[in-house]
Design a protein around this ligand. Structure first.
Ligand SMILES: Nc1ncnc2c1ncn2[C@@H]1O[C@H](COP(=O)(O)OP(=O)(O)OP(=O)(O)O)[C@@H](O)[C@H]1O
Length: 243
């Protein structure tokens, strides 16, 4: 598995997520996102923070093209999302790794199968799956849990399975929506260290979180939202500057 993706590291400065004056108003509402512009470059690690209802999940849904902006332009991986054809959307989404607060694992499949499934749906050859799934599980420290069902795992282990599944197809971007929301501090830090390792290997990582301690300690770029408006965007920022 060519996990280093040398070509992409060479293009480390290329913007992989671009929002240009983007607004989103749900039916009968005030704007959930109001005239937002920002760029995230290849290989960056970015936190998105803000109080409940500030528009963070809306932002993630826009990036995944689960919803359409009311105004503005969004480019991801050099594709104009507003002009993407319906039949191209599934393939586009498979190019982005995503993890959520509640893990979203297949409950009736073991750890190995949960990760392999992400490859089976895009018809990766069996021999490649048999090589790449154990590699990914070993990166996540899960080789000895391959045969366990999600219900037999701790929350931290379940999130590591979700990470393995999100990463096995080698995405350029990993989106994490509250990845530590259901975890205790020790497991939260383990997941954040893994996200940092993944980022060092070249993957662009975008993390939505309410975890003040983690944001303050990690000293990454922090985009802060408030009532649909981007109120600050700081390199080596902190949560404490948020409100
Ligand atoms: N499907 C929807 N229909 C109508 N309004 C919505 C919908 N989804 C979100 N909203 C509204 O849009 C605003 C932004 O919501 P969003 O879920 O993006 O916030 P958030 O920052 O992710 O919040 P949280 O931290 O609680 O997850 C809120 O006012 C919310 O009520």
């Amino acid at each position: 598995m060519n996990y280093n993706r040398n070509k992409e590291i060479e293009e480390a400065d290329a913007p992989v997520i671009v929002f240009e004056r983007v607004s989103k108003t749900y039916q009968k509402g005030t704007p959930a996102i109001n005239n937002i512009s920002f760029q995230i470059r290849k290989g960056e690690f970015v936190f998105i923070v803000g109080s409940s209802g500030s528009g963070k999940s809306t932002l993630i849904k826009l990036i995944l093209k689960e919803i359409e902006p009311t105004n503005g332009k969004i480019y991801v991986n050099f594709k104009d999302l507003t002009r993407m054809r319906h039949r191209q959307v599934a393939k586009y989404r498979r190019g982005i790794g995503v993890v959520f607060q509640n893990f979203r694992l297949l409950k009736d499949r073991n750890v190995y199968e949960n990760v392999a499934f992400a490859q089976r749906v895009i018809e990766v050859p069996g021999s490649t799956i048999r090589r790449q799934v154990p590699f990914m599980l070993s990166l996540m420290g899960l080789l000895d849990k391959q045969k366990s069902l999600p219900t037999e795992l701790s929350g931290g282990e379940q999130q590591r399975v979700a990470l393995a599944r999100a990463l096995v197809n080698n995405p350029v971007i990993l989106l994490a929506d509250e990845p530590t929301g259901n975890l205790d501090p020790k497991n939260s830090w383990e997941i954040m260290k893994l996200l940092e390792d993944i980022n060092k290997r070249g993957t662009t990582v975008v993390v939505v979180t309410h975890n003040k301690e983690i944001v303050d300690k990690m000293q990454k770029r922090v985009i802060t939202m408030n009532k649909g408006i981007l109120i600050s965007d700081e390199q080596r920022g902190g949560y404490s500057h948020a409100y």
